[in-house]
Design a protein around this ligand. Sequence first.
Ligand SMILES: Cc1cc2nc3c(=O)[nH]c(=O)nc-3n(C[C@H](O)[C@H](O)[C@H](O)COP(=O)(O)OP(=O)(O)OC[C@H]3O[C@@H](n4cnc5c(N)ncnc54)[C@H](O)[C@@H]3O)c2cc1C
Length: 379
Amino acid sequence: MTDYDVVVIGAGIHGAGAAQAAAAKGLSVLVIERREAAGVETSRASSKLIHGGLRYLETFQVRLVYECLREQRNLLRNAPHLVRRSDFYIPVYRQSQRSAWWVYLGLCCYQLLAGGALRDIERVPESRWGSLGLQEQDLTAVFRYSDAQTDDQALTRAVLESAVSLGAEVRFNVAPARIEYIENYTLTFPDGSAVRCRALVNAAGPWANEVAALGGLPQQDLDWVQGTHIVLRQPAFSGCFYVEAPQDGRAVFVLPWRGLTMVGTTEVVLTQPKASPTQEEINYLLAVYNHYFPKSQCNAGDIEEVFAGVRVLPKDQRQANKRSRETLYATANAGTYIGIYGGKLTSYRATADKVLRMLTPVLRDSMRGNTSTETIALP
Ligand SMILES: Cc1cc2nc3c(=O)[nH]c(=O)nc-3n(C[C@H](O)[C@H](O)[C@H](O)COP(=O)(O)OP(=O)(O)OC[C@H]3O[C@@H](n4cnc5c(N)ncnc54)[C@H](O)[C@@H]3O)c2cc1C
C-alpha cells in the first residue's frame, strides 16, 4: 500500500489548488479524479470571470470581494497568458432596478477594494453608446470599468500541472469505494487496491457530500444550484456587458468567448448534483440577450453551445443570488480531514492556503518546503 501525506479527492480548481499548495510545502500528495482529465465538471462551466463579484457588495460580502480582487491581481501577474483584463460595461435604463448613482457608488467601492484609482471608472459619453451595440431606448447612462476573464478549464489544468511539477501525483479514472480512518486514512478502490494518507482533502465539488458519506465524514447542509450559459454564433463584442435581466432583475453577463458571445447565467435549485440545462433557461438567456442587443437578434438556431454547472450554496430560504458565496469547510478527526464546499474559481489559491493552514498542525513534521503559491508562475 502506498503512503502519502495528503490525498486530495477531485481535480477541479479546488483540488488542483490544494494539491499545488501542499506540494509547495514539500508534502507527498496524491490527487484522485474519477473523470478522465482535470477541470471537466464545475471548473469548466463557470462564467470564466476572475473577479471580485461587484454584485456581492449589495449583500455586504466585502471580505469575499476584497479577497477575490487580491487573487485577481496575483493571477494577472502569475498567469498573464491565462487571465486577461477586459472592459466591462454596465448600462442603466429608465426602468433599471439600480439607478446610475447606485451603480457608480458600487463601482467606486469595488475599485477602492481593488486598490485601483477612481479615474479608471468611466461614464461612457452618449456619443459612443451607438458603437456598443446596446438597446438605446430609455438608456440613461453607461459605465465602464475593468475586470478579468480566463479559460477556467485551462486555468485548472495549469494549476494541476504546477502541482505535478512540485511533486504531486495524479490518478485519473479512479474513485474510492470506501474510506476508513484509524489513525491514518485508508482509501480502498473498487479493484481492491488501496492508498493510505495522514490527511484527506475532499475537493469533490458538488459531490463532496457523496465522498464524505464513503467514510462517515461530516456533510454540509447545502443546496445545489444549476447555472446555465449559452454561446451564440454572434461575433464577440469588444467588451463584456453586465445587464439586469428584464424578467426578474437578476445580473446576467454577455461576454466574449472564443470569438463568439456567451450569455449567462441562470439559477435553478436542483435536487441532485446533476447539471442539465432546460429549455426554459435557454429561452430566458436568449430573451435577455435580444432585449439588450436588438440590432443583432438571435434565436435558437444561433446557439453554438449550451453548458451548465452546479454551484454549492449554503441551504437557506433566500434566493440563490442573495446567498453567501464564501467557501465553506467541514473538518473531522482532529483536523486531518477537510471538505471544501462552494467558493469561487477566482479565490482558489486563497482557499488552498486556508486548507494548508488548517492542516499545518497535523502535518508540520512533514513540511519541508516553504514556497508560497502566491508567487508561483503558472505554466
Ligand atoms: C454557473 C457557474 C458560474 C460560475 N462563475 C464563476 C466565475 O465567473 N468566477 C468564479 O470565480 N467562480 C465562478 N463559479 C464558481 C466556480 O466555478 C466553482 O466554485 C469552482 O469551479 C468549483 O470547483 P471545485 O473544484 O470545487 O469543483 P469541480 O470543478 O466540480 O471539481 C470537483 C471534481 O471532483 C471530482 N469528483 C467528484 N466525485 C469524485 C469521487 N468520488 N472520486 C474522485 N473524484 C471525484 C469531479 O469529477 C470533479 O472533477 C461559477 C460556478 C457556476 C456553477
